[in-house]
Design a protein around this ligand. Structure first.
Ligand code: PLP
Length: 409
């Protein structure tokens, strides 16, 4: 009989959101008269903007006419979208990407997981801690992370980010092969400036490591001079792969469209010690295992770059960031230690000493009827912290902050 991939059984299970949902539901059933406000949502809540919808409709109509019908698309994405991304996301910031360095996909989640098919089975991985769990779990499935001891993996290098180090991850203390960086960060909502990112690029070059840079939240940056792409950093083309997405930029979480950049310079070693460009390997992987994002969705994504599309998505993002401001300033005004929420839709609260993040979750739910996410669910260094998100209406966000202001923890 088939032997399964035993690494799946080492995974601790997707406890975090299942457990927050279970506790919230249980509370709701016991107290149907109380209004629960959800600030734990990691998904957009506003609809697709009109420019995107119009482009999608037109493309759907094209698919219904013999003359304009399209079957399989190009493996790496349609020209019109690849070129729109090169021009609007990169050339506009002084970054020149070749046409065949940009790969259109159905999501940054798929790409940050799938990219590790290019890595050796024993590649050593480093992640910032707390972290978007997909980087960890996908490598655990491939058997790279050792064993789970109930709070951490034995063969994963954690780079702790906390209030003490200003959420700037330390450089790995020993050699690693791959470093996952996500900025603006989920869950802490913090960013790295040029100098801080340059340290990582320099370290990667010196130690032969590569960086997987997840910039899914780049559209939320408001602080001037924070890099939106790692390729704004000198030397990054030699060591970094960048994953981006229309999900949070333009509300495509349910529509699915993203891109990954693999510069020609990024290389790994083969068994003979020769350098092999990862761009060619990723092309091979994509053409073998992926048949592209649908034509109407790629047309919809390209419409994000029209002048109307840009104005419309900017309005939506500004609405989310107004919610982030309400939470950040509201809680700070009450004396909480609050991080993030300026360049990302996530606000990261430091909890008072002695209260763990699950206890805080329960008390916030039971006493304020507000739902967030316990920091420990994002990694061991998340203990003692709590994530709130800006993905709700302004009215409910204000009401949640008001309830917290009247609360005595
Ligand atoms: N990367 C980060 C850091 C995220 O937080 C998320 C979604 O929450 C994703 C990637 C997923 O992006 P996509 O919808 O493009 O798969």
């Amino acid at each position: 009989m088939l032997h399964i991939n035993g690494n799946f059984q080492k995974l601790p299970g997707s406890y975090l959101f299942a457990e927050t949902a279970r506790r919230t539901k249980e509370y709701g059933i016991a107290h149907p008269e109380r209004e629960i406000i959800r600030l734990g949502i990691g998904d957009v809540t506003q609809p697709l903007v009109p420019a995107v919808i119009a482009a999608m409709h037109r493309a759907v109509d094209e698919m219904g006419q013999r003359e304009t019908f399209r079957g399989y698309g190009p493996d790496y994405g349609y020209d019109f979208l690849v070129n729109a991304i090169r021009a609007n996301e990169y050339a506009s910031r002084g970054i020149d990407l070749d046409y065949d360095e940009v790969f259109i996909s159905d999501g940054a989640k798929s790409d940050v997981g799938n990219i590790q098919e290019l890595f050796a089975p024993d590649a050593l991985i480093a992640v910032t801690d707390p972290v978007y769990p997909v980087y960890v779990d996908s490598n655990a499935m491939a058997g790279r992370t050792g064993d789970w001891d109930g709070s951490s993996w034995s063969r994963l290098v954690y780079l702790p980010c906390n209030a003490e180090n200003g959420f700037e991850p330390p450089l790995p203390r020993g050699p690693v092969d791959v470093i996952y960086l996500c900025y603006p960060n989920n869950p802490t909502g913090t960013v790295l400036n040029r100098r801080q990112l340059q340290r990582f690029v320099n370290w990667a070059k010196e130690h032969g490591a590569i960086i997987i840079y997840d910039a899914a939240y780049r559209a939320y940056v408001t602080t001037p001079d924070i890099p939106l792409s790692i390729y704004e950093i000198p030397g990054a083309r030699e060591v970094a792969i960048e994953c981006c997405s229309f999900s949070k930029t333009a509300g495509f979480t349910g529509t699915r469209c993203a891109w990954t950049v693999v510069p020609h310079e990024v290389c790994g070693l083969n068994d003979k010690g020769e350098k092999v460009p990862l761009n060619g390997l990723w092309k091979r992987r994509m053409s073998t295992k992926f048949n592209g994002v649908s034509y109407p969705v790629q047309r919809a994504a390209a419409a994000v770059y029209s002048p109307e599309g840009q104005a419309q998505i900017r309005t939506v993002i500004a609405g989310y960031m107004e919610n982030a401001r309400i939470i950040r300033e509201g809680l700070r005004g009450m004396g909480w230690d609050v991080y993030g929420g300026k360049d990302a839709p996530y606000i990261w609260l430091k909890l008072p000493d002695g209260i763990d993040s699950w206890t805080f979750f329960d008390r916030l739910l039971h006493e304020c009827q507000v739902v967030g996410t316990p920091g420990v669910g994002f990694g061991p260094s998340g203990e003692g912290y709590f994530r709130l998100t800006a993905f709700n209406t302004k009215e409910l966000t204000q009401r949640a902050v008001e309830r917290i202001s009247k609360w005595r923890l």
